[in-house]
Design a protein around this ligand. Structure first.
Ligand SMILES: [Zn+2]
Length: 271
Protein backbone atom coordinates (compact mmCIF):
# COMPACT_ATOMS: atom_id res chain seq x y z
CA UNK A 1 0.00 0.00 0.00
CA UNK A 2 1.37 3.36 -0.98
CA UNK A 3 2.02 5.75 1.83
CA UNK A 4 3.34 9.26 2.11
CA UNK A 5 4.79 10.99 5.07
CA UNK A 6 2.56 13.20 7.06
CA UNK A 7 4.35 16.50 6.76
CA UNK A 8 2.26 18.23 9.36
CA UNK A 9 3.29 16.11 12.29
CA UNK A 10 6.47 16.96 14.10
CA UNK A 11 7.87 13.54 13.42
CA UNK A 12 7.32 11.46 10.31
CA UNK A 13 4.18 9.34 10.49
CA UNK A 14 2.91 7.01 7.82
CA UNK A 15 -0.24 8.18 6.13
CA UNK A 16 -2.33 5.10 5.70
CA UNK A 17 -5.82 6.19 4.61
CA UNK A 18 -6.60 4.97 1.12
CA UNK A 19 -7.44 8.53 0.06
CA UNK A 20 -3.74 9.41 -0.04
CA UNK A 21 -3.47 7.53 -3.29
CA UNK A 22 -5.51 10.40 -4.73
CA UNK A 23 -4.02 13.40 -2.97
CA UNK A 24 -0.60 14.99 -2.71
CA UNK A 25 0.41 16.84 0.40
CA UNK A 26 1.87 20.20 -0.54
CA UNK A 27 3.32 23.03 1.49
CA UNK A 28 2.23 26.47 0.36
CA UNK A 29 4.60 29.47 0.35
CA UNK A 30 3.04 30.69 3.59
CA UNK A 31 3.93 27.42 5.26
CA UNK A 32 0.42 25.95 5.31
CA UNK A 33 0.17 22.32 4.21
CA UNK A 34 -2.71 21.31 1.99
CA UNK A 35 -4.01 18.11 0.45
CA UNK A 36 -4.13 18.54 -3.33
CA UNK A 37 -6.38 16.31 -5.46
CA UNK A 38 -4.24 14.57 -8.06
CA UNK A 39 -7.18 14.43 -10.44
CA UNK A 40 -8.52 17.99 -10.46
CA UNK A 41 -6.01 19.97 -8.42
CA UNK A 42 -8.49 21.16 -5.81
CA UNK A 43 -6.83 21.77 -2.46
CA UNK A 44 -8.11 21.07 1.03
CA UNK A 45 -6.93 22.04 4.44
CA UNK A 46 -4.62 19.32 5.61
CA UNK A 47 -4.69 17.68 8.98
CA UNK A 48 -7.16 15.77 11.06
CA UNK A 49 -10.05 14.00 9.40
CA UNK A 50 -9.92 12.75 5.83
CA UNK A 51 -13.70 12.83 5.50
CA UNK A 52 -13.71 15.96 3.33
CA UNK A 53 -11.24 14.25 0.99
CA UNK A 54 -13.38 11.10 0.88
CA UNK A 55 -16.43 13.25 0.16
CA UNK A 56 -14.63 15.02 -2.65
CA UNK A 57 -13.61 11.72 -4.28
CA UNK A 58 -17.10 10.29 -3.99
CA UNK A 59 -18.97 13.35 -5.20
CA UNK A 60 -16.64 14.81 -7.80
CA UNK A 61 -14.86 11.74 -9.14
CA UNK A 62 -17.20 8.87 -8.13
CA UNK A 63 -14.27 7.19 -6.44
CA UNK A 64 -14.95 5.00 -3.42
CA UNK A 65 -12.89 3.17 -0.87
CA UNK A 66 -11.06 0.16 -2.33
CA UNK A 67 -11.98 -3.34 -1.29
CA UNK A 68 -9.86 -5.04 1.36
CA UNK A 69 -8.32 -1.80 2.41
CA UNK A 70 -7.09 -2.42 5.91
CA UNK A 71 -7.25 1.14 7.24
CA UNK A 72 -3.61 0.87 8.17
CA UNK A 73 -4.21 -0.76 11.52
CA UNK A 74 -2.12 -3.71 10.49
CA UNK A 75 -4.56 -6.52 11.16
CA UNK A 76 -6.41 -6.46 7.87
CA UNK A 77 -9.69 -5.58 9.54
CA UNK A 78 -11.55 -2.34 9.36
CA UNK A 79 -10.74 -0.42 12.50
CA UNK A 80 -14.25 0.94 12.96
CA UNK A 81 -15.99 -2.40 12.93
CA UNK A 82 -18.57 -0.93 10.55
CA UNK A 83 -20.44 -3.27 8.28
CA UNK A 84 -19.37 -1.78 5.02
CA UNK A 85 -19.58 -3.34 1.62
CA UNK A 86 -16.14 -4.01 0.24
CA UNK A 87 -15.33 -1.69 -2.61
CA UNK A 88 -12.96 -2.41 -5.44
CA UNK A 89 -9.89 -0.32 -6.13
CA UNK A 90 -9.88 2.73 -8.34
CA UNK A 91 -8.83 1.31 -11.65
CA UNK A 92 -11.70 -1.15 -11.82
CA UNK A 93 -14.20 0.06 -14.39
CA UNK A 94 -17.76 -1.11 -14.14
CA UNK A 95 -18.69 -0.20 -17.65
CA UNK A 96 -18.91 -3.87 -18.54
CA UNK A 97 -20.12 -5.02 -15.12
CA UNK A 98 -17.46 -7.67 -15.15
CA UNK A 99 -16.64 -9.97 -12.29
CA UNK A 100 -14.68 -8.02 -9.72
CA UNK A 101 -12.85 -10.91 -8.11
CA UNK A 102 -9.56 -10.65 -9.98
CA UNK A 103 -8.45 -7.09 -10.07
CA UNK A 104 -4.99 -5.87 -9.35
CA UNK A 105 -4.78 -3.54 -6.41
CA UNK A 106 -3.18 -0.37 -7.66
CA UNK A 107 -4.70 2.62 -5.92
CA UNK A 108 -2.19 4.96 -7.51
CA UNK A 109 -3.73 4.41 -10.91
CA UNK A 110 -6.17 7.25 -11.30
CA UNK A 111 -6.57 7.23 -15.05
CA UNK A 112 -9.56 4.98 -14.93
CA UNK A 113 -11.82 6.21 -12.17
CA UNK A 114 -14.24 3.85 -10.54
CA UNK A 115 -17.84 4.19 -11.47
CA UNK A 116 -20.44 2.99 -9.04
CA UNK A 117 -22.17 -0.06 -10.52
CA UNK A 118 -25.51 1.68 -9.97
CA UNK A 119 -24.48 5.09 -11.21
CA UNK A 120 -27.14 4.87 -13.90
CA UNK A 121 -29.74 5.14 -11.10
CA UNK A 122 -28.34 8.29 -9.50
CA UNK A 123 -30.68 11.25 -9.66
CA UNK A 124 -34.25 12.38 -9.16
CA UNK A 125 -36.82 10.60 -11.29
CA UNK A 126 -40.38 11.78 -11.75
CA UNK A 127 -43.34 10.53 -13.71
CA UNK A 128 -46.49 8.47 -13.67
CA UNK A 129 -47.50 4.95 -12.94
CA UNK A 130 -50.45 2.63 -13.28
CA UNK A 131 -51.61 0.12 -10.71
CA UNK A 132 -53.89 -2.86 -10.84
CA UNK A 133 -54.57 -5.96 -8.82
CA UNK A 134 -57.32 -8.51 -8.61
CA UNK A 135 -60.10 -7.15 -6.42
CA UNK A 136 -59.23 -3.44 -6.70
CA UNK A 137 -59.94 -0.76 -9.30
CA UNK A 138 -57.16 0.21 -11.67
CA UNK A 139 -55.53 3.47 -10.62
CA UNK A 140 -52.89 5.94 -11.74
CA UNK A 141 -50.34 7.74 -9.62
CA UNK A 142 -47.60 10.33 -9.76
CA UNK A 143 -44.23 9.34 -8.42
CA UNK A 144 -40.83 10.65 -7.56
CA UNK A 145 -37.79 8.57 -6.68
CA UNK A 146 -34.53 10.07 -5.44
CA UNK A 147 -31.40 7.96 -5.46
CA UNK A 148 -28.07 9.38 -4.38
CA UNK A 149 -24.74 7.99 -3.19
CA UNK A 150 -23.60 8.06 0.40
CA UNK A 151 -21.54 11.22 0.82
CA UNK A 152 -18.80 9.41 2.67
CA UNK A 153 -18.17 7.15 -0.29
CA UNK A 154 -19.09 3.88 1.40
CA UNK A 155 -20.87 2.61 -1.67
CA UNK A 156 -24.47 2.44 -0.55
CA UNK A 157 -27.20 4.70 -1.90
CA UNK A 158 -29.98 6.68 -0.33
CA UNK A 159 -33.34 5.68 -1.78
CA UNK A 160 -36.43 7.78 -1.25
CA UNK A 161 -39.72 7.31 -3.03
CA UNK A 162 -43.15 8.83 -2.79
CA UNK A 163 -46.29 8.60 -4.87
CA UNK A 164 -49.35 10.80 -5.04
CA UNK A 165 -52.89 10.57 -6.30
CA UNK A 166 -53.65 12.99 -9.16
CA UNK A 167 -57.36 12.24 -8.75
CA UNK A 168 -57.29 13.53 -5.17
CA UNK A 169 -55.33 16.79 -5.19
CA UNK A 170 -52.05 14.91 -5.43
CA UNK A 171 -52.56 13.58 -1.93
CA UNK A 172 -49.83 11.23 -0.80
CA UNK A 173 -50.43 7.61 -1.72
CA UNK A 174 -47.47 5.59 -0.66
CA UNK A 175 -43.94 6.30 0.32
CA UNK A 176 -40.93 4.26 1.19
CA UNK A 177 -37.36 5.04 1.95
CA UNK A 178 -34.20 3.18 2.68
CA UNK A 179 -30.92 2.18 1.21
CA UNK A 180 -29.66 0.40 -1.84
CA UNK A 181 -26.62 -1.66 -1.04
CA UNK A 182 -24.06 -2.96 -3.46
CA UNK A 183 -22.11 -5.62 -1.54
CA UNK A 184 -18.80 -6.18 -3.28
CA UNK A 185 -19.61 -3.36 -5.71
CA UNK A 186 -20.30 -6.00 -8.32
CA UNK A 187 -23.57 -7.17 -9.77
CA UNK A 188 -25.32 -8.01 -6.50
CA UNK A 189 -27.86 -5.52 -5.12
CA UNK A 190 -29.83 -5.30 -1.89
CA UNK A 191 -32.64 -2.86 -1.16
CA UNK A 192 -33.62 -2.27 2.47
CA UNK A 193 -36.85 -0.29 2.88
CA UNK A 194 -39.16 1.10 5.52
CA UNK A 195 -42.75 2.22 4.92
CA UNK A 196 -44.97 4.43 7.06
CA UNK A 197 -47.60 1.68 6.99
CA UNK A 198 -45.54 -0.36 9.45
CA UNK A 199 -43.76 -2.52 6.93
CA UNK A 200 -40.03 -3.07 6.58
CA UNK A 201 -38.58 -5.18 3.83
CA UNK A 202 -35.41 -6.57 2.36
CA UNK A 203 -35.06 -7.43 -1.29
CA UNK A 204 -32.09 -8.83 -3.12
CA UNK A 205 -31.14 -9.23 -6.73
CA UNK A 206 -28.80 -8.50 -9.57
CA UNK A 207 -27.65 -5.78 -11.94
CA UNK A 208 -27.54 -6.63 -15.63
CA UNK A 209 -26.56 -3.73 -17.84
CA UNK A 210 -28.80 -0.90 -16.64
CA UNK A 211 -31.51 -3.19 -15.28
CA UNK A 212 -31.87 -4.17 -11.63
CA UNK A 213 -34.05 -7.19 -10.78
CA UNK A 214 -35.02 -7.66 -7.16
CA UNK A 215 -37.08 -10.13 -5.16
CA UNK A 216 -38.21 -9.78 -1.57
CA UNK A 217 -36.41 -12.02 0.90
CA UNK A 218 -37.85 -10.63 4.14
CA UNK A 219 -40.99 -8.65 4.92
CA UNK A 220 -41.63 -7.58 8.51
CA UNK A 221 -44.69 -5.79 9.88
CA UNK A 222 -45.65 -3.92 12.98
CA UNK A 223 -48.55 -5.39 14.94
CA UNK A 224 -50.95 -2.78 13.50
CA UNK A 225 -49.96 -3.05 9.82
CA UNK A 226 -53.15 -3.53 7.84
CA UNK A 227 -53.95 -6.77 6.05
CA UNK A 228 -54.09 -8.24 3.48
CA UNK A 229 -50.38 -8.73 3.89
CA UNK A 230 -48.02 -8.88 0.94
CA UNK A 231 -46.20 -12.19 1.11
CA UNK A 232 -43.70 -11.77 -1.69
CA UNK A 233 -42.85 -9.26 -4.41
CA UNK A 234 -40.53 -8.63 -7.30
CA UNK A 235 -39.29 -5.33 -8.65
CA UNK A 236 -37.49 -4.70 -11.93
CA UNK A 237 -35.99 -1.24 -12.49
CA UNK A 238 -34.61 -0.43 -15.89
CA UNK A 239 -32.91 2.75 -17.10
CA UNK A 240 -32.67 3.83 -20.71
CA UNK A 241 -29.63 6.08 -20.62
CA UNK A 242 -30.36 7.45 -24.11
CA UNK A 243 -33.79 8.78 -23.17
CA UNK A 244 -33.12 9.28 -19.43
CA UNK A 245 -36.15 7.15 -18.64
CA UNK A 246 -36.53 4.81 -15.72
CA UNK A 247 -39.25 2.21 -15.99
CA UNK A 248 -40.16 -0.31 -13.37
CA UNK A 249 -42.57 -3.14 -12.84
CA UNK A 250 -43.66 -4.42 -9.46
CA UNK A 251 -45.47 -7.73 -8.96
CA UNK A 252 -46.69 -9.17 -5.70
CA UNK A 253 -48.57 -11.93 -3.98
CA UNK A 254 -50.68 -11.46 -0.87
CA UNK A 255 -52.09 -13.79 1.77
CA UNK A 256 -55.11 -14.06 -0.50
CA UNK A 257 -53.82 -13.73 -4.06
CA UNK A 258 -51.02 -15.36 -6.02
CA UNK A 259 -48.21 -13.39 -7.66
CA UNK A 260 -49.59 -10.87 -10.14
CA UNK A 261 -48.41 -7.67 -11.86
CA UNK A 262 -49.30 -4.71 -9.68
CA UNK A 263 -47.45 -1.54 -10.71
CA UNK A 264 -45.88 -0.15 -13.84
CA UNK A 265 -44.32 3.31 -14.07
CA UNK A 266 -42.23 5.44 -16.40
CA UNK A 267 -40.18 8.19 -14.81
CA UNK A 268 -37.94 10.83 -16.37
CA UNK A 269 -34.69 11.98 -14.85
CA UNK A 270 -35.35 15.54 -13.70
CA UNK A 271 -32.06 16.22 -11.94
ZN1 LIG B 1 -10.57 16.28 -7.45
Amino acid sequence: MATVLDLKMGEPRLKTSWVWAYFDVKTLPDGETVACCKTCGKTFKHGGSTSNLINHLAKTHKVFRPENYNNGNGNGKRSSGEQQPPIPPPQQSYSNHSNTANYALDPLSINNLTLHPLEFLFGTWRGQGKGKFTGINDFVYGEEIQISPDEAGRGWLYYRQRTWNPARNDMNFHSESGYIRCPGMGSKVELVLAQPTGIASVEEGQIEGTTVSLRSTNIARSSTAKPPHVTEYTRVLSVNTDTNQLTYTFSMSTQEKPMEDHLFATLIKVS
